[in-house]
Each structure stands twice: as structure tokens, then as C-alpha cells.
Design a protein around this ligand. Structure first.
Ligand SMILES: Nc1ncnc2c1ncn2[C@@H]1O[C@H](COP(=O)(O)OP(=O)(O)OP(=O)(O)O)[C@@H](O)[C@H]1O
Ligand SMILES: O=P(O)(O)OC[C@H]1O[C@](O)(CO)[C@@H](O)[C@@H]1O
Ligand SMILES: [Mg+2]
Length: 342
């Protein structure tokens, strides 16, 4: 069999471990060949093929990023290029394609599957917002990095009796903010799922300082928004790939809080450091199991599905179901925070 593989969307710790597992499982257990396509869907359209053998994936287990590279392409270019995609896959004799990516990459995979292209998807995202899987690899690494950073901010904040806002990734979902915030003992966690009220945050800050607390640490997802009418957030519009452009919610909230509360406020934006470097051991294992099970599914002919974590087992779920909605933080998980924040 010949297996095609590509990585799409933003990079994520664990992508290389998936590639290694797809190659090792396909070659060692089935005697198959694996062809990588560089730079996501764009590279497939442009026929940026590169054979992957066991030597090529050696030492990839611990390496962050993706050795295949990744690039965004406008969905319309993909739709218009369906004939070209089929041609490239035919030219390389690809029997099944394994796209590894977030909800965008997997939406494209579901569509290709509907068009009759054999695919098995692998979900990736540090944001952990893909539905039908308990977790995605990359999330644990991002939370560990963010937790370490927030731990460090406590001591400098308390020394100066400051309010410290930490912006973490999380475009549509607050999983990173919630987990890193809980792990690092943040006093306030703001997520896209629950628009925030600036006045309520000012009251929380005053209450903490009034009762003698030394500092405030607030973790805020990049995709968090204020309740309408409570604060102006600059609109960055939509980029060429249809994503909302962020304008720095933590910085803007910081200015607003400083003006309203009279306290010193500082803002730290963690940004891409959350996606860089080596995956945690948890993510290495999850990524390896995802890659291994995707290769098995590809060889069994279980097309149109995505590998997923259900409890401790790896399952297969229809791609269509997985991309029907995003997995945001449910209200009962948000409610769990009440005894630990404020
Ligand atoms: N609705 C869609 N239909 C077809 N293709 C799509 C669709 N949405 C996204 N894609 C394709 O998938 C690519 C990756 O999508 P996107 O940039 O959203 O990354 P992702 O896989 O969701 O990962 P990330 O978690 O980084 O957002 C896009 O560049 C585009 O080529
Ligand atoms: O800077 P890039 O690569 O466009 O991606 C940023 C986005 O990718 C993610 O890391 C993963 O979806 C988001 O949290 C973030 O908004
Ligand atoms: Mg996306």
C-alpha cells in the first residue's frame, strides 16, 4: 500500500511523533510505503511530495514543529483544485491520505472523503477544541508551558502588588486558560465561552486588595471578548483564510483596568512559545498512538474517519461528526472554578 500524509494548520508539539508512528507502523507492520506532502494542502496541490522512510523519521519523537512544514491555503483554492489533488494522488499511487490537522484541515478531509478520496484524519491542536475526542496532543504541552510561565508571574506580581494579565492561546475555546489557570492558581480566568464584564473584574481586584491580598493573576484566552457595552475591543477584521484577526484582548483589558481601578497592571502575552519545543511525555504517547492507529485504520480501509481518544482507548469517529461543531468548555466545567478564583 502507499500512504500519503500531510500536516495542516498551525504547527503543534507531537506532529512529528505522529509522522514517525505512521511511517514505522506502515513500513514495519505492513511493508507499505509512505509519501509525505510538504506544506499542508497547498503542498499537495503543488505536488511537493517527499518519500518518508524509517531513517527520515528517526529522532522525530521528541522534536517540536512538523518536519513536513505546514501552510494555510484558502478553502476555495482547495475546492477549485479537486481535480489537481486527485491527479497528484494518482501520480504517486496513493491508496489513502492521512491529513493531520485542526478543524480546518479535518473539514477539508471530510469534504475530500465525500468526494470519494480515501482519507483517515488525525486531530491536532494545542487549543483542544476538536469534538469527539477527549483530548488532542499538543494541549498538555501548551498547558505545561503556560503553567510554568504563570507560576513565575506570581512572585513578581506579589512583590509589586500588581495585577498581572496573562494572555494564552485559545481561539474559540478556553481549555488552555482554564487548565493552566487552575494548575497555577490564577485568581481570574477569562475564556471565549463566557464574555467578561470589566466592572465585575474591577470589583474583584478591589476586593482582593481590600482584604490584604498582595496581587492578582488573571489568565485570559486570546479569543475572550467583553460583554457588549462594557468595553470597546478593537476589531481586527478577518484574514484571507477566514480567521478573525486578534487585536490583543489582554493588553486592551489591562489599559481599561488600570484606568478604572487605579492599580498597576502589567500584561504578558505568551504567544507561540506555547506551541514551540519538545512535546511532554503525555503528548508523545498520545501522538504516537494516534499515528499508529491511523495507519492501522488506513490499512483496514476504515476511510472517512478520524482517530480519537475515548478515555484511555483510541477510537475511530466519522470525520463528519468530528467537524460538525467545536468542543468548547462546558458550563459545568466553568462552574467548577468558582471556589478557586476571586
Ligand atoms: N471549510 C473548509 N473547507 C475546505 N478546506 C478548509 C476549510 N477550512 C479550512 N480548510 C483548509 O484547511 C487548512 C487548515 O485550516 P486552518 O488554517 O483553520 O488550520 P487547522 O487545521 O484548523 O489548524 P489550527 O488549529 O491551527 O487552526 C486551510 O488553510 C484550508 O486549506
Ligand atoms: O499564528 P498562527 O500560526 O496563525 O496561529 C495562531 C492560532 O493557532 C492556534 O495556536 C491553534 O489553533 C490558536 O490558538 C491560535 O489562534
Ligand atoms: Mg483552524
Amino acid at each position: 500500500m502507499r500512504i500519503g500524509v500531510l500536516t495542516g494548520g498551525g504547527d503543534c508539539p507531537g506532529l512529528n511523533a505522529v509522522l514517525r508512528a505512521v511511517v514505522r507502523t506502515s513500513v514495519i507492520e505492513y511493508g507499505s510505503e509512505v509519501i509525505g506532502f510538504r506544506n499542508g494542502w497547498r503542498g499537495l496541490l503543488d505536488d511537493e511530495a517527499t518519500p518518508l522512510d524509517i531513517g527520515k523519521v528517526d529522532k522525530l519523537l521528541t522534536r517540536g514543529g512538523t518536519t513536513l512544514g505546514t501552510m494555510r491555503a484558502a478553502p476555495q483554492a482547495l475546492h477549485d483544485g479537486l481535480g489537481r489533488t486527485r491527479q497528484v494522488l494518482d501520480d504517486h499511487g496513493i491508496d489513502v491520505l492521512i491529513p493531520i490537522g485542526g478543524e480546518g484541515t479535518l473539514t477539508a478531509a471530510a469534504w475530500l472523503s465525500d468526494e470519494g478520496v480515501p482519507v483517515v484524519g488525525v486531530p491536532k491542536t494545542i487549543d483542544n477544541d476538536i469534538d469527539c475526542t477527549d483530548l488532542t496532543f499538543g494541549f498538555d504541552t501548551a498547558v505545561s508551558i503556560a503553567t510554568d510561565m504563570i507560576d513565575r508571574l506570581h512572585t513578581t506580581a506579589e512583590s509589586h502588588q500588581r495585577v498581572l494579565l496573562v494572555e494564552v492561546m485559545g481561539r474559540h475555546a478556553g481549555w488552555i486558560a482554564m487548565h493552566a489557570g487552575m494548575a497555577a492558581g490564577a485568581h481570574l480566568i477569562l475564556m471565549p465561552e463566557q464574555p467578561f464584564d470589566v466592572e465585575e473584574i474591577c470589583q474583584l481586584i478591589s476586593a482582593r486588595f481590600d482584604r490584604g491580598d498582595t496581587h492578582v493573576i488573571a489568565v485570559i484566552s486570546e479569543g475572550a471578548t467583553p460583554k457588549p457595552g462594557t468595553m470597546e475591543l478593537r476589531d481586527g477584521g478577518i484574514d484571507e483564510f477566514g480567521h478573525r484577526r486578534f487585536t490583543g484582548v489582554a493588553q486592551q483589558l489591562g489599559w481599561e483596568l488600570e484606568a478604572r481601578s487605579g492599580k498597576e497592571v502589567r500584561t504578558t502575552v505568551l504567544g507561540h512559545v506555547q506551541r514551540g519545543g519538545t512535546p511532554t511525555s503525555f503528548d508523545r504517547v498520545l501522538a504516537t498512538r494516534f499515528g499508529m492507529h491511523a495507519a492501522h485504520a488506513a490499512h483496514r480501509g476504515d476511510f472517512g474517519n478520524m482517530v480519537a481518544l475515548h478515555g484511555t482507548e483510541i477510537a475511530l469517529v466519522p470525520l463528519k461528526e468530528a467537524v460538525a461543531r467545536l468542543k468548547t468548555v462546558p458550563p459545568d466545567r466553568i462552574a467548577e472554578l468558582s471556589a478557586f478564583t476571586g
